[in-house]
Ligand binder design. Structure first.
Ligand SMILES: Cc1cc2nc3c(=O)[nH]c(=O)nc-3n(C[C@H](O)[C@H](O)[C@H](O)COP(=O)(O)OP(=O)(O)OC[C@H]3O[C@@H](n4cnc5c(N)ncnc54)[C@H](O)[C@@H]3O)c2cc1C
Length: 305
């Protein structure tokens, strides 16, 4: 627990002045669902040295930490997070550099910005990232995918820090990525990655991104959400299942099943995490009773009641 002022100040002394550090930071400001109570401490390390110092601080004091990307696959409960939330969004972690067919990207870079830079350089392979509102760190941890592609199709290697602060590089083949997960990053922090792309005319890439965007926005709600809430069961897409059971539009408090897409739960403006979690529970129970299927969340749930 990092509740005392002295602990907070002790952490602030371990890092450089350019590291952003906030106390009792509302996580609703850092999740795309726009919900979540306060983190005891929220920190944006300025560089790898400061990140190492934060990990050391947490380890020495047995303080819990959570690595946050852009909070687009995340529910933080209303009681917030007891510990330190670390977000790699500073400029040092957000670089995008292109060398030949390779794109070297920091974990804090936005997925959309990477897709746009790749297009500008006439490099194909990352178009599917254009509509995913996360960071590259989140994309690597989740093996984010869309339109028939996924991140680990184009990863050459990932640079990462283990919990003792040691930096490693692993080839994609050494990382056991699978559907919406990369186990090698469960207990490591992705610092960045190198993607290998294929040269193509810019107009071709542009057209593909436009088609992907049209396809996405024809079926996806604009209201705040965390994307697809449930993993697709083997037999049927979760959205179709929820639609077939007539659950679209079901509402608990400010949380609602989207009318556009059954697998999106949206925040109508005043939703709490409790509303969303109750709605999840209601859907899971209904699906089990009606179809005998165990629906599992794709979105990660953290924090206190
Ligand atoms: C409107 C909308 C559309 C979406 N569409 C898609 C889609 O088409 N395809 C898809 O796959 N997903 C989609 N998502 C879900 C989400 O955007 C992706 O999973 C994204 O990759 C998560 O990135 P993030 O930075 O927001 O991660 P977060 O939500 O912040 O975190 C997700 C997980 O990644 C971990 N993490 C974050 N950064 C790091 C790091 N540097 N090192 C190690 N672990 C880290 C976190 O600890 C957490 O476990 C969508 C979400 C929304 C809101």
């Amino acid at each position: 627990m990092l509740e005392t002022t002295s602990n907070f100040e002790a952490l602030a002394q371990q890092v450089s002045p350019s590291t952003v550090i906030q106390r009792d930071e509302p996580m609703s400001k850092h999740t795309t669902l726009r919900i979540g109570g306060p983190a005891d401490v929220y920190v944006e390390p300025a560089n790898e040295t400061d990140l190492t110092a934060i990990l050391k601080f947490c380890s020495e004091r047995a303080v819990r930490f959570f690595v946050l990307g852009r909070g687009s696959n995340l529910i933080v409960r209303d009681g917030g997070f007891r510990g330190v939330v670390i977000c790699l969004s500073s400029p040092d972690f957000s670089r995008i550099e292109i060398v030949g067919q390779r794109i070297r990207v920091g974990a804090g870079a936005k997925q959309r910005n990477v897709a746009v830079e790749a297009k500008r350089a006439g490099l194909s392979g990352l178009e599917f990232l254009e509509g995913i509102p996360g960071s590259i760190g989140g994309a690597l941890r989740m093996n984010a995918g869309a339109m028939g592609s996924e991140v680990f199709n184009v990863v050459e290697f990932v640079r990462m820090m283990d919990l003792s602060g040691k930096v490693h590089e692993l080839k994609s083949t050494e990382m056991s990525a699978r559907y919406r997960s990369c186990d090698a990053l469960k207990n490591r922090i992705a610092l960045g990655a190198v993607f290998i792309c294929t040269p193509q005319p810019r107009e071709t890439i542009e057209a593909r991104m436009k088609a992907f965007s049209e396809q996405r926005w024809s079926s996806q709600p604009a209201a705040p959400s965390a994307g697809c809430m449930f993993k697709n069961p083997a037999t049927i897409p979760a959205g179709k299942l929820i639609d077939e059971l007539g659950l679209k539009g079901t509402k608990i408090g400010g949380a609602r099943v989207s009318l556009e897409h059954g697998n999106f739960l949206v925040n109508d403006g005043d939703a709490t995490a409790r509303n969303v979690l109750e709605l999840i529970g209601f859907i899971v129970a209904k699906v089990k009773v009606e179809r005998g299927i165990d629906l599992r969340t794709e979105v990660e749930i953290i924090g206190e009641e």
